[in-house]
Design a protein around this ligand. Structure first.
Ligand SMILES: [Fe+2]
Length: 202
C-alpha cells in the first residue's frame, strides 16, 4: 500500500508504474494526464482533506498566497501535491524544470503561459512573450513539459478557494527553479517548501 486512502492508493500505483516504465517526459504526461482526469472524476475526493482546501494561515514569502500540501513523494523523483489558492491570490511568473500534470477540483484558476524568446544565454534576465490565457475549471487537466511548456503564472480570480492536484517529476518542495520579474525579466532562483507532508518514500 502506498497511501491510506484507497482511491489515491490506486492512482499512485498506476502512476508509479508509468514512471518506472518510461523516461520520455512527453510519453509520461500523455499517460499520466488521463489518469489524473479519472482520479478527479472519481466521487471520492476525501484525500483532499478540509485543511487542504484553504491556504495555511500566517504563511509569508513568495508562496504566501497558496497552500502546497504534499500527499506523496518519492525522493526527488516524484511528488503529488494538493494546491489551494485563496481568492485573489496567485504566483509570480515561474518555471518548474520538470514535467507536471495538473488536475482541477474546485474553484477557478487563471493560467497565463509565457514563452522565452531571447537566446537563453543570460542567466540573470529573460525576455518573455505571453502566449495564452486559460481559465481552468472543475474536472479539467493540464500539463507542463520542460523547457517547451514550462513558464506560467497562476491566479485565482474567483471568490472561493481553488483546489487542484499537481503531479511533478521531481520533489517540488525542494526543486530549485526560476521566477521572472514581469516587467524587467530579471531571473531569480527560488524554491517552495511543502506546507505539509503525508507519505514520503525514498
Ligand atoms: Fe506552476
Amino acid at each position: 500500500m502506498r497511501h491510506p486512502n484507497p482511491t489515491l492508493d490506486r492512482f499512485l500505483d498506476s502512476l508509479e508504474g508509468i514512471v518506472a516504465a518510461e523516461r520520455d517526459q512527453w510519453k509520461i504526461v500523455a499517460a499520466v494526464e488521463p489518469l489524473v482526469k479519472q482520479l478527479i472524476a472519481d466521487p471520492d475526493h476525501s484525500y483532499i482533506k478540509d485543511k487542504y482546501r484553504r491556504p495555511p494561515e500566517g504563511k509569508t514569502g513568495v508562496a504566501s498566497g497558496y497552500g502546497q500540501y504534499c500527499l506523496y513523494r518519492r525522493g526527488t523523483q516524484l511528488s503529488v501535491i494538493a494546491f489551494c489558492w485563496g481568492p485573489g491570490k496567485g504566483t509570480p511568473i515561474h518555471d518548474h524544470l520538470a514535467w507536471g500534470v495538473l488536475g482541477f477540483y474546485d474553484g477557478l484558476e487563471k493560467e497565463t503561459r509565457f514563452k522565452r524568446i531571447d537566446d537563453g544565454k543570460d542567466a540573470n534576465r529573460a525576455t518573455l512573450q505571453e502566449i495564452g490565457v486559460h481559465f481552468t475549471k472543475t474536472g479539467e487537466t493540464s500539463h507542463l513539459t520542460s523547457p517547451q511548456r514550462d513558464v506560467h503564472k497562476v491566479e485565482n480570480p474567483g471568490d472561493v478557494p481553488s483546489v487542484s492536484i499537481h503531479i511533478y517529476g521531481c520533489d517540488m518542495g525542494t526543486q530549485r527553479r526560476r521566477r521572472y520579474d514581469a516587467s524587467s525579466g530579471a531571473i531569480e532562483w527560488y524554491s517552495t517548501p511543502h506546507d505539509s507532508d503525508e507519505v514520503v518514500v525514498s
